[in-house]
Design a protein around this ligand. Sequence first.
Ligand code: SAM
Length: 217
Amino acid sequence: MRLLKRIFAPRKPKAIELTPDLATEIRRSFESASADEQHFPSTIDPRIYHVKLVLSHIGPLGSGRVLDAGCGKGRYARIVKQHNPSATVAAMDLAVSMLGYADRDLARTAGSLLDLPYADSSFDAVYATESLEHAVDIGRAVAELCRVLKPGGRLVIIDKNAEHWGRLETPAWEKWFHRDELLSLLRRHCQSAEARPVSYWEDVEPDGLFLAWLAVK
Ligand SMILES: C[S@@+](CC[C@H](N)C(=O)[O-])C[C@H]1O[C@@H](n2cnc3c(N)ncnc32)[C@H](O)[C@@H]1O
C-alpha cells in the first residue's frame, strides 16, 4: 500500500536553477501565452475574493503608488486603478505581449521580479497574484518585492499552496509554496506577515489551493 502510494503520489517539485536558458524559456513561454485568453484572461470579476482582499489589504492609496508585480494583462491593476483614480498604478510584467493588453492609464513597464526596475522604498503597496510561482529564485523575488516597498507599506501575495501540488498541470519551473516557507522569507524583510487560505468566493469555504500572504514592511 505504501509502495502504491509512493508510485501514484504527485511528483515532488525539484529545486531548479535559474540558468540564462531557463530565463529565456520562461519569458518566451509567457510572450506566446498572452494569445491564450482562456488561461490568461484580461479581465477578472471584481466580486472575486482575491481582488477584494488585494483592495482591502492595500487600503485606500490616495495619490500614492502601488505595484502589480507580474501583472499579466493587468486585470487586477485595472480594478485597483478604478478604486484609486489618483494613485499611480505600476503594472510590471516579464512579457511585453501581456502588457499590450493592460489599460493605458497604468504605468506599464517590462521587467523581472528578480530585478525590479524601481527604486528602494518607492511604493506604498505591492501585490503579486499568481506570478511569484514563476520566479524560480523565490528568495530573491521576495527580497525585491520588499525592497521597493516603503517602511509601513503593505504587501499581498496570492499563490498556490504546495500541499496541493499535483492538482493542476504546471510548467517545469513553477513552484507552489508552503505557508510557513513564504512567511519566513517575508519576515526577513517585513515587521509583520500572516497567511490564510482563500477561495474565489467569500461565501465558499477555501479548498486550500490558494493561499494569501499579507505583510507590512
Ligand atoms: C499566471 S500569470 C498571472 C498574471 C496576473 N498577475 C493575474 O493574476 O492576472 C503569471 C504572470 O507572471 C509573469 N511572470 C512570470 N515570471 C515573471 C518574472 N520573473 N518577473 C515578472 N513577471 C513574471 C508572466 O509573464 C505572467 O504574465
